[in-house]
Ligand binder design. Structure first.
Ligand SMILES: Cc1ncc(COP(=O)(O)O)c(C=O)c1O
Length: 398
């Protein structure tokens, strides 16, 4: 079958909940994907940062296939010999006492919400059913009905209510005074993305994370950081909140935790917080399964062994600098942390993404006018130079 035939099938039989570029990927390796016609593209999206380790990493493939021969799923009714190793690895890498594994990012966000509420009632003493979690404008935390209920993007929330708005007051992202004005005696947590990815690589003003940490400490409130997209090296540090040297009470991770092989997510916290969850109160059939756990341990090892965080910091700085040097009025701004770059245009970004696709670069617009570049962290400087030549040409001529 050719590209058009695959697209026709998808359009006819699939729900139209995405608006993908018309490239039909057949295989992928490292930073490159190949479509069904045999054309190669440099992937500058990395599955929304889920394949930071590069596509089909041979090291992850090895444990994936080895573990798949042994046991893939026990459910948590029984213990398995891989999950404890993931718990230990996460503890060693992040310093948090404990973790709770789930599958998708949205499920991990739900887990953080439930943990914060349970902490509110059992530890802080907030009246049952009154706990509030303050969120930020422009947030993206996933697609469940609870989560879209506290989004301010109509494409996320409109037509899927009713919601429990009072439970998630919203403050303006980056504005600490506005956050203070939303605090009540029922506030149990503040939940933010340290950099907003889906929002368009929005970096908050310096001091914002530190101010949230201080406020939360003063008022006995949990600080929750959603690092699902920002974390595990994407921003040039293990976690984007390291830029302000804060230590959130709950960190949410996903995406690159499995290097694209298997959905694995988790929340990280210390005992005083995560200890509030008791047997039978939360879980998932697939969460913590041995296949996912084995994959996640190897995915984390690769981030360390291949120095992907350092690569992200160095190459990201270079990539962003070169994008800023493009001589065109169409470029309004380049926002970057590590290999996570938002190129803000003065016009719609979609035609530019389509033109880049024609020239062998895959990237995706976020909001109307921002092109996001987030390649696998294994990308080389030569590959970035190859991309820059084409990006510069497209921005100037399309
Ligand atoms: C910051 C953030 N949180 C949560 C999610 C949801 O993750 P998932 O799509 O795996 O449910 C995303 C996905 O893009 C995200 O960027």
């Amino acid at each position: 079958m050719n590209t058009q035939e695959y697209i026709a099938l998808e359009e006819q039989y699939g729900a139209h909940n995405y608006h993908p570029l018309d490239v039909v990927v057949h295989e992928a390796k490292g930073a490159w994907v190949t479509d069904v016609e045999g054309k190669k593209y440099l992937d500058c999206l990395a599955a929304y940062s889920a394949v930071n380790q590069g596509h089909c990493h041979p090291g992850i493939y090895e444990v994936f296939t080895e573990q798949a021969k042994k046991v893939t799923l026990t459910s948590r009714a029984f213990r398995n010999d891989q999950l404890p190793l993931l718990y230990k690895k996460l503890n060693e890498m992040t310093g948090y006492d404990m973790s709770l594994p789930m599958n998708s990012g949205a499920e991990a966000v739900e887990t953080a919400v439930k943990t914060a509420r349970r902490w509110a009632y059992d530890v802080k003493g907030i009246e049952e059913d009154k706990a509030e979690i303050i969120v930020a404008s422009g947030n993206f935390h996933g697609r469940t009905t609870t989560i879209v209920g506290f989004s301010d993007d109509p494409a996320s929330y409109k037509g899927f209510g009713p919601y429990c708005k009072d439970a998630f007051p919203m403050h303006e992202y980056g504005n600490i005074e506005d956050l203070k004005s939303k605090l009540t005696e029922n506030t149990c947590a503040v939940m933010i993305e340290p950099i907003q990815g889906e929002g368009g690589i929005v970096i908050p003003p310096e001091g914002y994370l530190k101010a949230i940490e201080n406020l939360c400490k003063e008022r006995d409130i949990l600080f929750i950081c959603d690092e699902i997209q920002a974390g595990l090296g994407r921003s040039g540090k293990l976690f984007a909140h390291y830029y302000e040297e804060v230590r959130p009470d709950i960190v949410i991770i996903g995406k690159a935790l499995s290097g694209g092989f298997y959905p694995v997510s988790a929340i990280l916290a210390d005992k005083e917080v995560l200890g509030v969850i008791h047997p039978g109160e939360h879980g998932s059939t697939f969460g913590g399964n041995p296949l996912g756990a084995a994959v996640a341990v190897r995915a984390l090892e690769i981030i360390e062994n291949e120095k992907l965080i350092e690569r992200s910091a160095e190459l990201g700085e270079y990539f962003a600098e070169q994008l800023r040097a493009i001589d065109s009025d169409r470029v309004v701004n380049v926002r970057a942390r590590g290999l996570w770059i938002g190129l803000v245009l003065d016009r719609k970004a979609r035609p530019y993404c389509e033109a880049l696709m024609d020239r062998g670069i895959l990237c995706k617009e976020t909001h109307e006018n921002i092109i996001r570049f987030a390649p696998p962290l294994v990308i080389t400087k030569d590959e970035i130079d190859w991309a820059l030549e084409r990006i510069s040409d497209v921005i100037k001529t399309v």
